[in-house]
Each structure stands twice: as structure tokens, then as C-alpha cells.
Design a protein around this ligand. Structure first.
Ligand SMILES: NC(=O)c1ccc[n+]([C@@H]2O[C@H](COP(=O)([O-])OP(=O)(O)OC[C@H]3O[C@@H](n4cnc5c(N)ncnc54)[C@H](O)[C@@H]3O)[C@@H](O)[C@H]2O)c1
Ligand SMILES: O=S(=O)(O)c1ccc(CO)cc1
Length: 493
């Protein structure tokens, strides 16, 4: 019987993984082979603000090669049986599980989330694949009568380009890989230059699972993402990132009329109803705000609380935040790591400065960066703040929570729905029927009652309004990686 790794085993694995980075070069996977580039960029450890690895910077020629190899590989990959593609993907899930500690150490190093959360991200990535492969797209018979038979067939698109952000390197790249490959496409993946290590290592570990050219992973900067979006050999871009970049991707993809899935930023509201039990929900609200140091697209970013519960909710949430252990994400006692990069750290500080300058806004706890190295910001809870403040109107993507007072539920709904975002939203109350009725009036891609954050692998996930275009997850998401072909046929014999 094999024993489970202990926290000290995990620490040893993490130390060895980091030491290995000094010995083993970080490389792209192109056409089944590991490849370097002439130019390199530094990956910064957000805990120290210092470089922790050197990644190759892919050129336009390397993109052309990856796309050419993906195009060559695509017909044979699409010709495999669905079961064979499913089997290869299940092996990818097994690699994730087998290398969970190593990949988690890389995520913690490059992204800054506590090691236990990074292990959770790797395990969840494996579970997502295992769930996605239960899906199967079959031809649909729409009409069959004496004069005609109309069927809809779903075919792969060709080469898919996947562009991902830094907040959840594997949970955001693995679903794109699984959807695209299951559907019979081949892939070129570009992780964020801020956090490319875990995705590149996964590609290296998985390179023998797929025929050469089926899965290509290249490290590159923003220009590389633009080249992908413009590339005539790529049929679809599946992008996760910010709204401004999503607009740029849409613009770059226009020349070739690429298919697009855009998973973009959110500014999720949560409405606490007057009958809510604050003691019962405070910890869950807190977790849905401060998960991954607030760097989750569908985290709660604005909390609406009625007059009668306002002070109690403020004190409960600020109380939890005051107790949070902020620090080295490799320390098992740490609950909140750093913000992932300098630019994001500066944005969150600017939002805090705007908050401090607002007459009346009460910073109940936090409100500033920690002194010392790394991009640490105190978990911050702010009361008596409202629309018009940057913390409320924008997506700060950091450990901050504005608590907004309301008097009338209809007004809270209108304010929750105002603005360009529409990723997620939630309603919290003890009268579940009433909470569901209020939830039905919220305009977002996912609406929760008495919870917030978390996507079911078999349900479509994505943004309403400017939070996205298209959906991932579920059959709807999978079909987004396929072309629907209507076949108008003579009647069945
Ligand atoms: N809706 C979702 O599922 C979801 C999930 C996670 C993060 N996000 C959003 O992502 C943002 C944070 O991530 P980020 O800062 O890495 O986002 P970002 O938009 O800055 O970058 C995302 C990716 O796009 C690439 N890129 C940048 N410019 C490009 C261009 N012109 N053309 C093509 N690619 C380009 C980057 O190199 C990176 O790989 C937040 O707004 C967050 O809400 C959304
Ligand atoms: O599949 S989930 O782990 O629930 C998940 C987490 C985050 C995001 C976007 O940030 C999407 C899906």
C-alpha cells in the first residue's frame, strides 16, 4: 500500500522542483519536440519579486512552425475514434494526478497561491478532464419524413489557439486543451508570460501521450498572442483574460473571421437579503471574495447589504480578514499569498489610494501593501463606499472588498445589474424561494443562490454582456470547438 504524501514530503518535492529549475531549461513543445528560443524572459516569483526561472520567448517563425505541425497532425487526430481521443485525454488527467506535487510547486512559485490551493488546482484540472470526456457529440436528426432527412453533424474546426492568463495557469488552460482535442482539433497554447512554468512542464510531461503536432505549447508575450489571433492557419481562438485584451483579440481575429470564445473579466455582485443569517454565511462570503487573493474572475467583487444587517456584516467580514495569515505561500499556515505581478500590485494600490481619497469611505481593515519584498497586500474590507469609486466600478483583481449599503431590494438588483460586466452574481437569504426570485432578475452568465464561485464541468460557463463571448464547459462549450454542418439528405431508405 502506498502512503499519502505528508506536508513535509510535499515541502521536499517543492524544494526539489524549484532546485530542478536551475538545472533543466524551460522549453516549448513544438511538433512533439522540446524547443528553445534565442531570446528569453524572466519569470518573477511574486513572493520575493525576484526572478525564479528563465523562459524561452517564442518567435513568429516558431509560431508558424507550430501551426504547420498542428495542421499536418489534425486530419489523423480527427480520424481517430472518439474513444481513442478520450483515452489520450484520460492519460493527461493521470499525468496531472501523478505529478500533482511537482506541478503544484511550480504554480505556487510562479503564481503565489498557497501550496494546498495549488494542489487543489492541479487535482481540479484532472477532474475537469475526467468530467469533460463523459461528453460525446453525436449527429442530430432534426427531421426525417417521406421527402427528406435533415441531420446536423459536428466537425472539428482545425487548429485552435488557446491564450490564457496568470491567475489559474492549469485550471484555465486544461479545459481548452480537453475541449479542443476531444472535438478532434489540434492546438497551439500560449500561457501568460507571468506564469508559464506549470503549463510548459505539463506539456513536457504529456508530450508522448499525443502524436507529434497535436498539442503545442509555446511561451511568449502579448505580441505572440496577437500573432496567434491574426494567424491564417488558426481557425479559432479560445481566450481567457481581461476585457481590454479580449477586445484586441476580437480585432486581430477579424481579418480571418476566426471563431472566438472569450472568457473575460468580471465584477461580480453578491446581494445579501434582509432575512440572511450573517453568522451562518460570513465565512462563505469571505472565501468567495478572497479566494486566490481575490484573483478569480468570478470572485465576489461587490457586496450589497441591507441597512438592518449592514454593521453586523461589515464587522463579521472585517473580523475574518483581520485574522487571515498573509505570507509565504509555501508555509502551510499561510492563507493568502501575494498578488501575482507588479502591474497588478500597482493597480490594486491605485484602487486603494482612490478609496482613501473618498470622503466617508471607512477602511475597516487592511488598506495597504505589506512592507518588505514581494507583492503582498493586506486583505482589505471597506464600508460606506458606493458606485463611483474605482473599487466598486472596476475589477480590482486583488484582496479587497467593498461593502455597499442598500435600502430597497429592487434598487440593489438594479445596481448589481448596472455596468458592463456580467460574469457571475449571487443572492443570499434564508427564504430560498425569495432568494431564487431575486436571482432570476440578475443578468450574468452564472447566478448562484447561497453560494458563489465554482463552475460545474457539465454546465456552460461564460460571461453575459462584456464579460465574454461564447461558453466553455458542458456540451455547449464542447460544440464551440466544432462546426455545425446541416446535411439535407434524401429520405432514409
Ligand atoms: N472569464 C474568465 O473565465 C476569466 C478567468 C480568469 C481570468 N479572467 C480575467 O483575466 C484578467 C487577468 O488576467 P491577465 O492580466 O493575464 O489578462 P490579460 O488580458 O492581460 O492577458 C491574458 C493573456 O492574453 C495575452 N495577450 C495580451 N495582449 C494580447 C493581445 N493583444 N492579443 C492576444 N493576446 C494577448 C497575454 O499575454 C496573456 O497570455 C482579469 O480581467 C480576469 O477577470 C477571466
Ligand atoms: O472550473 S473552476 O475551477 O470552477 C474555474 C475557476 C476559475 C475560472 C475563471 O477564473 C473558471 C473556472
Amino acid at each position: 500500500m502506498t502512503s499519502q504524501p505528508t506536508p513535509s514530503d510535499r515541502f521536499t518535492t517543492a524544494t526539489a522542483t524549484i532546485a530542478e529549475l536551475d538545472r533543466r531549461p524551460v522549453r516549448h513543445l513544438i511538433g512533439g519536440a522540446l524547443a528553445d528560443s534565442d531570446a528569453h524572459f524572466e519569470v518573477i516569483n511574486p513572493t520575493t519579486g525576484q526572478p525564479c526561472a528563465r523562459a524561452p520567448e517564442a518567435t513568429r517563425e516558431q509560431l508558424d512552425e507550430a501551426v504547420a505541425r498542428a495542421r499536418e497532425a489534425q486530419p489523423a487526430w480527427a480520424a481517430l475514434r472518439w474513444e481513442d481521443r478520450r483515452e489520450a485525454l484520460l492519460q493527461l488527467a493521470a499525468v496531472l494526478r501523478e505529478h500533482q506535487d511537482e506541478l503544484a510547486a511550480l504554480i505556487t512559485l510562479e503564481q503565489g497561491k498557497p501550496l494546498a490551493a495549488a494542489r487543489g488546482e492541479v487535482g481540479r484540472s484532472a477532474m475537469l478532464i475526467e468530467q469533460f470526456v463523459t461528453l460525446r457529440v453525436e449527429p442530430e436528426v432534426l427531421r426525417s419524413n417521406a421527402t427528406e432527412r435533415i441531420e446536423v453533424h459536428y466537425r472539428p474546426l482545425g487548429v485552435v489557439g488557446a491564450i490564457t492568463p496568470w491567475n489559474m495557469p492549469l485550471v484555465l488552460s486544461v479545459p481548452k486543451i480537453a475541449h479542443a482535442l476531444l472535438a478532434g482539433n489540434t492546438l497551439v497554447v500560449k500561457p501568460s508570460p507571468y506564469a508559464p512554468l506549470a503549463t510548459l512542464r505539463l506539456a513536457e510531461l504529456a508530450r508522448k501521450l499525443f502524436p507529434p503536432g497535436v498539442l503545442n505549447v509555446l511561451a511568449g508575450g502579448n505580441a505572440f498572442g496577437q500573432w496567434m489571433s491574426e494567424h491564417p492557419g488558426i481557425a479559432k481562438i479560445s481566450f481567457t483574460g481581461s476585457i481590454p485584451t479580449g477586445r484586441r483579440v476580437m480585432g486581430s481575429a477579424a481579418g480571418t473571421l476566426k471563431r472566438l470564445t472569450l472568457e473575460l473579466g468580471g465584477n461580480d455582485p453578491a446581494i445579501v437579503l434582509p432575512d440572511a443569517d450573517i453568522d451562518a454565511i460570513a465565512q462563505r462570503l469571505y472565501d468567495a471574495v478572497f479566494v486566490n487573493c481575490g484573483q478569480v474572475c468570478m470572485a465576489i467583487k461587490r457586496l450589497y447589504v441591507p441597512d438592518a444587517l449592514y454593521e453586523k456584516a461589515c464587522e463579521a467580514l472585517a473580523g475574518i480578514a483581520r485574522e487571515a495569515r498573509v505570507g509565504d505561500p509555501f508555509d502551510p499556515a499561510t492563507q493568502l499569498g501575494p498578488v501575482q505581478n507588479r502591474a497588478q500590485f500597482d493597480i490594486v494600490q491605485a484602487v486603494l489610494e482612490d478609496t482613501r481619497a473618498r470622503a466617508g469611505a471607512r477602511i475597516l481593515t487592511g488598506g495597504k501593501a505589506l512592507s518588505g519584498p514581494g507583492y503582498f497586500i493586506e486583505p482589505t474590507v471597506v464600508a460606506d463606499i458606493a458606485e463611483g469609486a474605482r473599487m466598486v466600478d472596476e475589477e480590482p483583481f486583488g484582496p479587497v472588498l467593498p461593502i455597499i449599503r442598500y435600502t430597497d431590494v429592487d434598487d440593489a438588483v438594479a445596481r448589481a445589474n448596472a455596468g458592463p460586466h456580467g460574469l457571475g452574481a449571487s443572492v443570499w437569504g434564508t427564504d430560498v424561494a425569495r432568494a431564487c426570485e431575486v436571482a432570476s432578475r440578475l443578468h450574468a452568465g452564472t447566478v448562484w443562490v447561497n453560494r458563489h464561485v465554482g463552475a460545474d464541468p457539465l454546465a456552460p460557463f461564460g460571461g453575459a454582456k462584456q464579460s465574454g463571448v461564447g461558453r466553455q464547459y458542458g456540451l455547449t462549450g464542447l460544440k464551440g470547438y466544432m462546426e455545425a454542418i446541416t446535411m439535407v439528405l434524401p429520405p432514409a431508405a
